[in-house]
Design a protein around this ligand. Structure first.
Ligand code: NDP
Length: 266
C-alpha cells in the first residue's frame, strides 16, 4: 500500500502543550478507530505530536484533522501492518515529519471469524496472525531503531485478556494475542538497557467497532463475563496505555497489564 500523509508542522501548533508528553512524538497503528483513536486523542491532549497510522487512509486523515483542530500537532499515514515495507515507510514518515519518534502503540488488530480450531479457515488464520502478531513485530522492527536513535522512549503493544486466556472459537486471535505478550517481554529484555520501555495491555471486551458483528445475544454473553457488568470503553484502555507510555511508569518494563472489568479475576 502506498504511504500518503498530511501534516501540520510543529511551528504551527495552536495549543500550549501540557507537560506530560510535550516534545514527544507518538505513532499509533490502527489509530483511526476505537481504542487507537481514543489513545490518539489522549496523547494529543497530553501534548504529544501524534501520527495516526491506519489501513483506512481516509479515517486516519479524519482523525488527524480532528486532533489538529483541537490544537495538537498531528499527521496521518496510510499503513498496512502486515506489510513490512509499509510499516518502514510509516515510521520514516513519523521521523521525517516531527523530527524523531519516542512513543509507539502497536494497536492495529482484527477479530477474525468465530469458528472452532478444527474448522477454522486457513486463510483467516493467516490474516489474523499477520495483522495481530506479525503486525506488532513489523512495527517494533522499525520503531525500535528510531526510538533508540531518539535517545529512548516507550512502546505499548495491544494484547487482550485473550493474551493469557483461551476463548472458544477464536484460535487465531488467541494465539496471536498470546504471542504479543511473549514478544513484548522479549523486546523489553533486549531494549531496557537502551532506555526503551516495552509493555503490553490486556483489555477485556471493549465497546468499539471491532465488536460490530456481534449479535445482541452474544453481546449480552460477553457482558456477563465481566464482573463489572458492562463492556469497557476505549477511553478506559487509553488511560492505562497513556500511563505506561508516560514517565510515571519509568520502572515498568516487559509486563502485561489488564484493564478488564474483572474478567480475569476468577
Ligand atoms: P477497531 O476495529 O475499532 O480498530 C482497529 C483499527 O485497526 C481499525 O482502524 C482498523 O482499520 C485498523 N487495522 C486493521 N487491520 C490493519 C492493518 N493491517 N494495518 C493497519 N491498520 C489496521 O478495534 P479496537 O479499537 O477494538 O481494537 C484495537 C486493538 O485492541 C486490536 O488490536 C484489538 O485486538 C485489541 N483489543 C480489542 C478488544 C475489544 O473488545 N474491542 C479487546 C481486547 C483487545 P479498518 O477499520 O479499516 O479495518
Amino acid at each position: 500500500m502506498s504511504t500518503e500523509h498530511s501534516a501540520t508542522p510543529a511551528a504551527e501548533s495552536k495549543a500550549e502543550a501540557p507537560a506530560e508528553f510535550a516534545g514527544r512524538t507518538a505513532l499509533i497503528t490502527g489509530g483511526a478507530s476505537g481504542i487507537g483513536l481514543a489513545l490518539a486523542r489522549r496523547l494529543a491532549a497530553g501534548g504529544a505530536a501524534v501520527v495516526v497510522a491506519d489501513y483506512d487512509e481516509e479515517s486516519a486523515r479524519k482523525a488527524a484533522a480532528e486532533l489538529e483542530s483541537a490544537g495538537a500537532r498531528a499527521a496521518a499515514v496510510a499503513m498496512d501492518v502486515t506489510d513490512p515495507a509499509s510499516v518502514e515507510a510509516g515510521v520514516r514518515f513519523a521521523v521525517d515529519t516531527f523530527g524523531a519518534l519516542h512513543l509507539a502503540v502497536n494497536n492495529a488488530g482484527i477479530a477474525g471469524p468465530s469458528t472452532p480450531t478444527g474448522a477454522y479457515p486457513v486463510e483467516d488464520w493467516n490474516r489474523v496472525v499477520a495483522t495481530n502478531l506479525s503486525g506488532v513485530f513489523h512495527s517494533m522492527r522499525y520503531e525500535l531503531p528510531a526510538i533508540v536513535a531518539a535517545g529512548g522512549g516507550a512502546i505499548v503493544n495491544m494484547s487482550s485478556i485473550l493474551g493469557t486466556n483461551g476463548f472458544a472459537g477464536s484460535p487465531a486471535y488467541v494465539a496471536a494475542k498470546h504471542g504479543v505478550v511473549g514478544l513484548t517481554k522479549t523486546a523489553a529484555l533486549e531494549y531496557a538497557g537502551q532506555n526503551v520501555r516495552i509493555n503490553a495491555v490486556g483489555p477485556g471486551f471493549i465497546d468499539t467497532p471491532l465488536l460490530r458483528n456481534t449479535d445482541p445475544g452474544a453481546r449480552e454473553h460477553l457482558i456477563s463475563l465481566h464482573p463489572a457488568g458492562r463492556l469497557g470503553t476505549a477511553e478506559e484502555v487509553a488511560e492505562l496505555a497513556a500511563f505506561l507510555l508516560s514517565e510515571k511508569a519509568s520502572f515498568i518494563h516487559g509486563s502485561y497489564h489488564l484493564v478488564d472489568g474483572g474478567y480475569s479475576a476468577p
